[in-house]
Design a protein around this ligand. Structure first.
Ligand SMILES: Cc1cc2nc3c(=O)[nH]c(=O)nc-3n(C[C@H](O)[C@H](O)[C@H](O)COP(=O)(O)O)c2cc1C
Ligand SMILES: CC(C)CC(=O)C(=O)O
Length: 380
């Protein structure tokens, strides 16, 4: 993590109630997956190409229902008003100003219609996607989808890595179970089964199956991004089921602690999808070179979770904007250093396992590992 980003995190830590800091920062279990997401990026190196004439660079990418000015979008994170009084409104303004996609979540402390309005006040065509969990009762899911459609969201992000809630030790230790008075999951109000004036609980259900996803697709024409896929067989199934994109994610290490680092799971998913839909990744992206590594391994874009929360808690909308501009500048710099003009120039042969990077470049004994990576085998 660069000093600018860790500086924001430290300022966020100072501003936040320690219990809320732990909620944002923490993971499940022993926080192995949380740590692995970042470690796995460090374990990879980029093998740059030279003399490729990369004076003019274009960072834009096309995604379902959206275009983004850089291949970094904002993943859904809960309860932004714990980080800053303006909460998701501040996040929405900053993300729209940076001209990328905001994935606003069902666990937002501001209703989705107000979030999209704040984004559109900054940029007419601002892209906002809506993240939801499938509810076992179809009428609740449908009501959430209608809410997102009315708000003008251009895709649905369906999180499927949460059949049950991960065991978050920090939250248990801190006794953090409820939002402070005055804050609520605003999108959960006025849903079928909700008591008047009271938000419904966000359901996480182990009973969900592909049938529930089919029922969702029956009630909406919005593109669907499936979030939390790690197994290549699930990726292939999802494509067969007609999803419009996949987001490789382990929920920032907050669900299955034994899950692999996302950048390590990415190549097999990319291979299973075989170019049929875009594949995105989140988890542990902290700098421009992480973005470049994920793209070289086949991601169309990456999402960031905690860095946005650090920016928001440190400085509100300004802080979120700072995080996105930092990543834009770093990614552009790395792209140039790799001799690339656009994200498409970041190809798989540019990624090698760090332990073998030098020997791969020399073409000696370990070299073929990196060379074969370009042909579909794993470089680690
Ligand atoms: C505080 C917090 C809350 C989150 N809330 C949600 C959520 O409501 N829905 C969801 O799909 N993912 C949620 N996530 C996971 C993020 O969307 C994303 O997968 C993860 O944060 C990416 O990892 P990173 O924080 O290392 O960038 C949350 C993550 C954090 C840190
Ligand atoms: C409270 C949850 C709905 C959000 C969260 O913390 C998570 O998904 O990690």
């Amino acid at each position: 993590m660069t000093s600018a980003l860790s500086g924001l995190r430290e300022r966020a830590r100072k501003n936040l109630d320690p219990v809320h800091y732990d909620f944002f920062a923490g993971g499940a279990g022993e926080e192995v997956a949380l740590a692995e997401n970042e470690r796995a990026f460090h374990a990879l190196a980029l093998l740059p190409r030279v003399l490729r004439g990369a004076a003019e660079r274009d960072l834009r990418v096309t995604l379902p229902g959206a275009r983004a000015s850089l291949p970094v979008i904002v993943s859904p994170t809960a309860f932004h008003r714990l980080a800053h009084p303006d909460g998701e409104l501040a996040t929405a303004r900053a993300v729209a100003a940076a001209d990328t996609v905001l994935v606003t979540g069902v666990a937002s402390t501001i209703a989705v219609g107000e979030v999209t309005a704040a984004a559109r006040a900054v940029r007419d065509e601002a892209s906002v996607w809506f993240q939801l969990y499938l509810h076992p009762e179809q009428d609740v899911t449908t009501a959430l989808v209608r809410r997102a459609e009315r708000a003008g969201c251009s895709a649905l992000v369906v999180t499927v890595d949460s059949p049950v809630f991960g065991r978050r030790e920090r939250d248990r230790r801190n006794g953090f179970h409820d939002l402070p008075p005055g804050l609520a999951a605003e999108n959960m109000r006025d849903l079928p089964g909700a008591a008047p004036g009271k938000p419904l609980d966000i359901a996480m259900s182990p009973a969900l199956s592909w049938d529930h996803l089919r029922r969702l697709r029956d009630v909406t024409a919005l593109p669907v991004v499936l979030k939390g896929v790690l197994h290549p067989e699930d990726a292939a199934l999802a494509v067969t089921e007609g999803v419009d994109a996949l987001l490789v994610s382990n929920h920032g290490g907050r669900q299955l602690d034994a899950a692999p680092a996302t950048v390590e799971a990415l190549p097999a998913v990319v291979s299973a999808v075989a170019g049929r839909v875009p594949v995105l990744l989140d988890g542990g992206v902290r700098g421009g070179s992480d973005v470049a590594k994920a793209l070289a391994l086949g991601a169309t874009a990456v999402g960031i979770g905690r860095p946005v929360l650090w920016g928001l808690a440190a400085e509100g909308a300004q802080g979120v904007r700072q995080v996105l501009e930092l990543l834009r500048a770093e990614f552009d710099n790395v792209l140039a250093l790799c001799g690339g003009r656009s994200p498409a120039d970041l190809t798989r042969d540019l990624v090698v396992a760090r332990a073998t990077a030098a020997t791969a470049a020399w073409g000696t004994s370990v070299g073929p590992q990196a060379v074969r990576a370009g042909e579909g085998s794993m470089p680690w």
